[in-house]
Design a protein around this ligand. Sequence first.
Ligand SMILES: CC(C)(COP(=O)(O)OP(=O)(O)OC[C@H]1O[C@@H](n2cnc3c(N)ncnc32)[C@H](O)[C@@H]1OP(=O)(O)O)[C@@H](O)C(=O)NCCC(=O)NCCS
Length: 173
Amino acid sequence: MPLIRKAEPRDAEALSALMERTFRDTFEAVNSPGNMLIHCQASYSHAMQSREIRDPTIDTLVSEHDGQLVGFAQLRGARCKASTEAARPFEIQRLYVTKAWHGKGVAQGLMHEIIGLATNCGADLIWLGVWENNPRAIAFYEKHGFMQAGAHVFLLGLDPQRDLLMTRVIDPA
Ligand SMILES: CC(C)(COP(=O)(O)OP(=O)(O)OC[C@H]1O[C@@H](n2cnc3c(N)ncnc32)[C@H](O)[C@@H]1OP(=O)(O)O)[C@@H](O)C(=O)NCCC(=O)NCCS
C-alpha cells in the first residue's frame, strides 16, 4: 500500500508531472484541448510546484508506491466561499489519485490525513469545490461526510464551469 508523506522540494518535478497527468486523465475527454492547455500551463509547472511545496500556507501531501508518486493532496487554511459560520476553515484545493489506484483506499488514506491535519491546526470546517460533472469525486466526498453547501464558478481556461461547494464540520478534538 502506498505511503503518505509531506511533499519535499525534491518532489517538485514528479509532482508537477503527476498533477498534469491526473488532471488530463480526469477532464481531457470532456473539455476542449485549448482550455486544458491554458489551465495546465497556468497551474502545473515545475517552478510553481517548487514554490507551492515551500509555501508555508500550503500543505502538500503525496502518496508514494515503489518510489513513484501515485496521489497527492494540497490544502490550505482559507476562507470558505460557501455561506457557513466557520471561523477557521480549511480548504482541500486539490486531491488526485492515479487511475490505477482508484477504489483501492489511497484517496481514503489521504482523506484520513487531511482530516487529521485540519483537526490539528484547529480548523472547524473543511471545504472544497468539485465540478458538478464529476460524480465519482462527489460520491467520494459524500462518503467522507461532506455535504453540498452552495456553488461557485471555476474558470477552466476560458470556460466558466459550475463547481459544487462541499463542506464537512470538524468535531472539536
Ligand atoms: C476522487 C478520487 C480522489 C476518489 O478516490 P477513489 O479511490 O476513486 O474513491 P472511492 O473508490 O473510495 O470512492 C468513490 C465512490 O464513487 C463511486 N463511483 C464510482 N464511479 C462513479 C460514478 N461514475 N458515479 C457515481 N459514483 C461513482 C464508487 O463506487 C465509490 O463509492 P463506494 O465506495 O460506495 O462504492 C479519485 O477517483 C480521483 O483521483 N479522481 C480523479 C481526480 C478527481 O476527480 N479529483 C477530485 C477533484 S475535486
